[in-house]
Ligand binder design. Structure first.
Ligand code: AMP
Length: 281
């Protein structure tokens, strides 16, 4: 496995591989890697000759300074895990390498980026678009893999690529959520949970699974929303930030057939840790 910290030598290496007709799969991450990230690496390995993983905690997507400072970082463990899982190339740049000068670009993507995470984390998706557009331009992958754990992020990235990167020839690939055996969605932020909060966190996925069953057997959107709110409120550690039932493609209130075209997205504070999860109906 090769590790690059700078853009120019990485691009040289990739250009050589491309000239040998190698296809490139790319998995952008912020490190603190877990089995969720590895599921994307496995998919990239399966579908491409070369797998590139980036590790970069992107400051411009954090709307909260404390969250950025607290974000878990363990590059050596990440490199070891990637090596074990047949990653070929790691790109782990510094902030100065990625942003030699401040990135002042403003991405205007309309409603898909304004609801849910867009509303509760102002500036977040603009930062995501800044870093993802740079990374895709640097790596120029044939396929770039994103997890449905960050459901809205995939819709935003696809919209960004369509509007701002018309010459990008790769494909944005959406991959299923990897969960713990008890249902909790894997997240780098789970390390912040103490054992009691970890128990509480389980209620989030349980509630989503139960909500899906109710929707499948005819419950209305209001019934589902009320059920989720009431369920989350039963645990003193949990505080619901929002729950939305949205069109799975536009993320707006459902225009198509319900529940078939819907996704439920939820954000819950578990103590001070902000957890997101979602389920397709
Ligand atoms: P992050 O390091 O949290 O920015 O995540 C990097 C990529 O891994 C994103 O595309 C995430 O959606 C994806 N990811 C994170 N957690 C999971 C998970 N539990 N299952 C599948 N993909 C995930």
């Amino acid at each position: 496995m090769e590790i690059f910290k700078e853009i120019a030598p990485l691009r040289q290496r990739l250009s050589k591989l491309r000239s040998q007709d190698k296809t490139i799969g790319f998995v952008p991450t912020m490190g603190a890697l877990h089995a969720g990230h590895i599921s994307l690496v496995e998919r990239a390995n399966k579908e491409n000759d070369i797998t590139v993983v980036s590790i970069f905690v992107n400051p411009t997507q954090f709307n909260n300074k404390e969250d950025l400072e607290k974000y878990p970082r363990d590059p050596d463990a990440d490199f070891a895990l990637l090596e074990k899982n047949s990653c070929d190339i790691v790109f782990a740049p510094s902030v100065e390498e990625m942003y030699p000068e401040p990135d002042t670009r403003v991405f205007s993507l309309g409603s898909v980026a304004e609801v849910m995470e867009g509303k509760y984390r102002p500036g977040h998706f603009n930062g995501v678009c800044q870093v993802v557009s740079k990374l895709l331009s640097i790596v120029e992958p044939d396929h770039a893999y994103f997890g449905q754990k960050d459901y809205q992020q995939i819709a935003v990235v696809k919209a960004m690529v369509r509007k701002y990167m018309p010459n990008f020839e790769g494909e944005i690939v959406s991959c299923p959520i990897k969960r713990e055996s008890d249902g909790l969605a894997l997240s780098s932020r789970n390390v912040h949970l103490n054992p009691e909060q970890r128990k509480s966190a389980l209620l989030i996925s349980k509630t989503l699974f139960a909500a899906k069953e109710k929707a499948d057997s005819g419950a209305t959107q209001k019934q589902i929303r009320d059920f989720i709110k009431q369920n989350i409120a039963t645990d003193a550690n949990l505080c619901l930030e929002y729950v939305e039932i949205a069109d799975k493609d536009t993320l707006q209130p459902i225009a198509g057939e319900y529940p078939k075209n819907a996704v439920i997205c939820i954000t819950v504070y578990d103590g001070k840790t902000r957890l997101i999860d979602n389920i397709l109906l």
